[in-house]
Design a protein around this ligand. Structure first.
Ligand code: ATP
Length: 310
């Protein structure tokens, strides 16, 4: 069974705005899933419904088999949430903040566990400091420590690196990798494509309340390793000789452009032979272009296709 199962979830806010339009998604135990989407896509809404902060208008969500509405406590105890905003008491000491979070879940006192969590986040030396004495990066780590204090099996990080500097972003990535090693399932939302690329096992793209794609990062990256050669012709070609079709050459733009997709990782791309065969077929080249797919292209392509359809 998936660790988190989201089935056909819709969420309308008061006023009628539909922020989720039938989202379905399975999250597997132990994976890092990055949810990528522009502002207002519905990422925070999705996380909030999973964590039981808001209720879905329809559809079901289970965490570890517990329904987030009918068995809220069972589901919530398995979930840790690191919010986007820093919402800490400035005068409170780090250790007390984290202890308090654990207490909220009705868990027995366990200072050995809190020490492990704080050490993992390089906060142990700061345990007796007041929150106001910490840097912005340390405060973000405290948010993570709070979310881990009750030993959740699933951790949600809402935009963990929005507005942080490059160094802290890398630190966050290391922290997330460490948590995964410790067996925590991690879902993070991000605007940054390179963040999804750097740490996720799977990448989901969400826009306008719909999940447009969920795919293994490695599969996406294979697609990204492909390059396109676009060959502009002097005169449009109406048809291609069978040999060229067999090589995977396609006609586009009313015959003005021939397109060939090849794998950049391969030793032999076949381009030289292809060009020879094209001119043997009597076609005259006018211009050549190559273009590399990026995750950004795939993302922008998906989002604009959805806009066209609307
Ligand atoms: N409490 C609310 N009441 C009404 N509309 C809301 C509420 N919360 C969010 N929305 C709307 O729902 C949509 C999705 O918002 P959400 O915060 O889930 O997006 P997001 O993908 O997390 O965006 P961002 O990347 O900017 O954080 C937005 O259009 C937002 O204005």
């Amino acid at each position: 069974m998936p660790m988190v199962q989201i089935t056909n979830v819709r969420k309308s806010y008061a006023g009628g705005f539909e922020a989720l339009k039938g989202a379905s998604l399975d999250i597997h135990e132990g994976e890092i899933l990055a949810l990528l989407g522009p502002n207002g896509a519905g990422k925070t809404t999705l996380i909030s419904t999973i964590c039981g902060i808001t209720q879905p208008t329809s559809g079901t969500i289970t965490v570890g088999g517990h329904d987030v509405v009918t068995d809220y406590r069972g589901a919530r105890s398995l979930v840790g949430l690191v919010p986007q905003e820093i919402n800490l008491e400035p005068f409170e000491r780090v250790i007390n903040t984290v202890r308090f979070s654990r207490g909220l879940f009705g868990k027995p006192k366990d200072d050995a566990l809190l020490e492990r969590v704080l050490r993992q986040l390089s906060l142990w030396d700061k345990r007796d400091n007041r929150i106001m004495e910490l840097s912005g990066g340390m405060k973000r780590r405290v948010l993570i420590a709070k979310a881990l204090a009750h030993e959740p099996r699933v951790l949600f990080l809402d935009e963990p690196t929005a507005g942080v500097d490059v160094e802290l972003r890398r630190d966050m990535w290391d922290i997330v990798a460490g948590l995964k090693e410790a067996g925590v399932t991690i879902i993070l939302t991000t605007h940054y494509i390179e963040e999804a690329e750097a740490i996720a096992d799977r990448i989901g793209v969400i826009n306008e309340g719909e999940i447009l794609l969920v795919e293994e990062k490695t599969a996406l990256m294979t697609r990204l390793g492909q390059k396109e050669l676009r060959i502009e012709l002097h005169e449009p070609a109406m048809a291609l000789p069978a040999a060229l079709v067999e090589r995977g050459l396609r006609i586009e733009e009313g015959g003005h452009v021939l397109v060939y997709t090849y794998d950049t990782a391969q030793d032999r791309t076949g381009i030289a032979t292809l060009i020879r065969e094209i001119s043997d077929a009597g076609l005259v080249l006018r211009d050549l272009q190559t273009r590399q797919n990026s995750l950004e292209d795939i993302f922008v392509g998906l989002v604009s296709k959805q806009e066209d359809a609307a």
